[in-house]
Design a protein around this ligand. Structure first.
Ligand code: NAP
Length: 603
């Protein structure tokens, strides 16, 4: 409802801002972002182990391939498929997981699904002739789809699973990348594609006493079905006499909480910040869905979604869900050129307020206990935190065996018996850490998890220490024949449906390698000038959003309350989340010109 001037009815900006700041301050406590580094942690390193596929011994191999792809998740598989289409024969995917799938390999917690609609999220549907079963796909269907792409493009037979690359190094003498793995493999490759993942590092908070707990505990991305029973769709039959605590109320937690509640004797949900829980509205795919689809339908659908995310006018909203109705307009509110910046800002804030009010009303109408409902209401701007979408999470709090433990400042400590909040020790049999992942904006060299040495021994971590340095967010000076798949904070663009930028990049890489091969090029490298130009392009459109972001509740989106922590070089093409359509055209024009402008080519 709006007043005649177009602003939200009854919206008192000062009062709302004050409430939001009060709630923010409860959470802005020292040490909130402290984590235990799982790669080096003596107690918790084992949390990274694969509970889903048995480890097998194998001999080290020595090998030469055309393309080594580090990472067998969505990016690696789609890049591999496009390279196959370009005629590349020897491709070797290497991954620490026991199979294809990346995030969908690891995340098998009960209820796991994707809240971006399936018809846009699952890539290459037209290539595979596949129509997802539901509007929003569950994890096992998504994993199966990646396995199907990998099978179709023959990417599995040569893949090395349960294998970690420990070192990637350019060898100028042979013009090849040299990769060493934790199995002692020595692989040389003409090209390397870094498809290491964007949310690939599990985040374990550093809570005092964690190592003391004597019950069972695990991270949601390594679900312990041996202990809980059941599978990715629930049925956690071994929990019926167990008291379980789940830490976190983000996108993963809200999906597994209904299953934990159904199965456990008692469930405690430890909440630091309530998520905004929008309507999901999942349903089976309409029987006639595929009847009217024309070739190119999937890209059209993805781009329609992306246009709405970026505020580009569209004739119709094909997807029509919480992302397009709430996320799109709060992030890219349509602008009347007559409005001043101040007026525009006010209108966005008023719309954001309405959206959040709607979410708070949903809590009020769903959750019966008034105090619990109150604690579940999110008080911050919609733009401050990744929204969630679910229809069973909020009703779970009406179950008699479920208790919300509100702890805005986090959990005080862990004891051998359970968790302490507000001086109260809650005894638990099991702790589920649904505490998420290091942010997407974590520098690439950390996500890659190993040292990368380019020409003349230059360390990528050193070259990028003040922020990424790339051309198109995908290639870097000093690192010949290397492609880095796009990631937020890495000088390309952000698409809410990450699949879109991934397929765009994969097609670009496939086409580029095809042309380089045709031309008989042995190596390409971004020139220093071209890289500097791209960095300048990024900096020239960089928007310092820190004044708005500082007022936000701490979250991944504002670097846990420190938005300046991200250097301006981490911006995107076109500023903010980036200009996807401009970026796409720029890549296409660059490719089509055939001139490889900005690259130094050697035959
Ligand atoms: P997350 O959104 O980062 O949530 C982690 C949760 O743990 C938050 O509620 C956080 O509280 C809490 N937490 C962290 N440290 C804590 C501490 N010391 N004490 C108490 N609570 C603590 O992680 P996630 O739920 O795994 O999701 C991560 C991302 O994966 C999502 O944002 C999304 O990008 C992706 N994902 C997508 C889907 C999908 O459907 N597409 C599903 C699952 C995940 P605060 O909120 O206060 O930080």
């Amino acid at each position: 409802m709006k007043d005649t001037d177009g602003f939200a009815h009854g919206f008192d900006p000062d009062a709302v801002r004050k409430k939001y700041l009060q709630e923010r301050d409860k959470r802005l406590v020292e040490g909130r972002a402290a984590i235990r580094d799982l790669r080096a942690d003596q107690h918790f390193a084992r949390y990274r182990l694969d509970p889903f596929t048995e480890y097998e011994d194998r001999d080290a191999l020595t090998d030469d391939v055309e393309v080594a792809i580090i990472g067998g998740g969505m990016a690696g598989v789609v890049a591999g498929a496009q390279l196959r289409k370009a005629g590349v024969r020897r491709i070797r995917i290497i991954d620490e997981a026991g199979g294809i799938g990346g995030t969908w390999y690891w995340n098998r917690y009960p209820g796991v699904m994707c809240d971006v609609e399936s018809y846009s999220y699952l890539p290459m549907l037209e290539d595979l002739g596949y129509i997802p079963k539901n509007r929003y796909a569950f994890g096992d269907e998504i994993l199966g789809h990646f396995e199907a792409i990998a099978a179709k493009y023959d990417l599995v037979a040569d893949a090395l699973f349960h294998t970690r690359v420990d070192r990637t190094e350019w060898d100028a003498g042979s013009s090849r990348w040299f990769l060493r793995t934790d199995h002692g493999d020595e692989i040389t490759a003409r090209y390397v594609v870094m498809a290491v993942g964007i949310l690939n590092l599990m985040k374990m908070p550093a809570i005092p006493g964690m190592e003391l707990f004597r019950g069972r505990s695990f991270h949601s991305a390594r679900w312990d079905f041996e202990y809980t029973g059941g599978d990715t769709h629930g049925g956690l039959c071994k929990l019926s006499d167990k008291v379980v605590g789940v830490i976190g109320t983000g996108a993963s937690a809200i999906q597994c909480v209904p299953h934990l509640a159904e199965a456990s004797e008692k469930l405690f949900v430890f909440q630091r910040t309530p998520s905004a829980i929008g309507v999901r509205g999942n349903r089976p795919t309409d029987e006639g869905f595929a009847d009217d689809l024309r070739p190119g339908w999937q890209r059209e659908r993805m781009e329609n979604f992306q246009a709405i995310m970026g505020g580009v006018p569209v004739e119709s909203d094909i997807v029509a869900d919480g992302w397009t109705q709430h996320f799109g307009p709060t992030h890219s509110y349509p602008r009347d050129p007559a409005w001043s910046n101040q007026e525009y800002g006010k209108r966005i804030e008023a719309f954001d307020f309405e959206v959040m009010e709607e979410h708070r009303r949903r809590v009020e109408e769903t959750v019966e206990d008034a105090a619990t409902a109150d604690a579940l209401k999110p008080y911050y701007r919609y733009i401050c935190k990744r929204p969630c979408f679910h229809d069973e999470y909020l009703p779970t709090f009406n179950a008699p065996n479920v208790e919300l433990v509100d702890c805005p400042a986090g959990i005080e400590r862990v004891t051998e018996n359970g968790l302490v909040v507000g001086g109260r020790e809650i005894r638990l049999d099991c702790i589920v850490y649904a505490t998420g992942f290091e942010a997407e904006t974590t520098p690439f060299y950390r996500r890659a998890g190993h040292e990368i040495f380019g020409r003349d021994g230059v360390r990528l971590a050193e070259r990028w220490k003040d922020g990424p340095r790339t051309m198109f967010g995908m290639m870097s000076h000093g690192f010949p024949n290397m492609f880095i798949m796009p990631c937020p904070g890495q000088q390309a663009v952000i698409t809410v449906n990450h699949t879109l930028i991934t397929v765009e990049a994969a097609e670009h890489i496939g086409a580029m390698v095809g042309r380089l091969e045709e031309k008989g090029v042995a190596t390409f490298e971004v020139s220093e000038e071209a890289e500097a130009d791209w960095c300048e392009t990024i900096l020239s459109t960089y928007v310092d959003a820190s004044p708005v972001m500082l007022a936000c509740t701490p979250s991944r989106i504002n670097q846990e309350g420190d938005p300046k922590a991200l250097p301006p070089l981490s911006g995107g093409y076109g500023g903010g989340m980036g200009d996807f359509f401009g970026f796409k055209k720029l890549l296409a024009d660059w490719r089509e010109s055939g001139a490889f402008t900005g690259l130094i080519l050697k035959k």
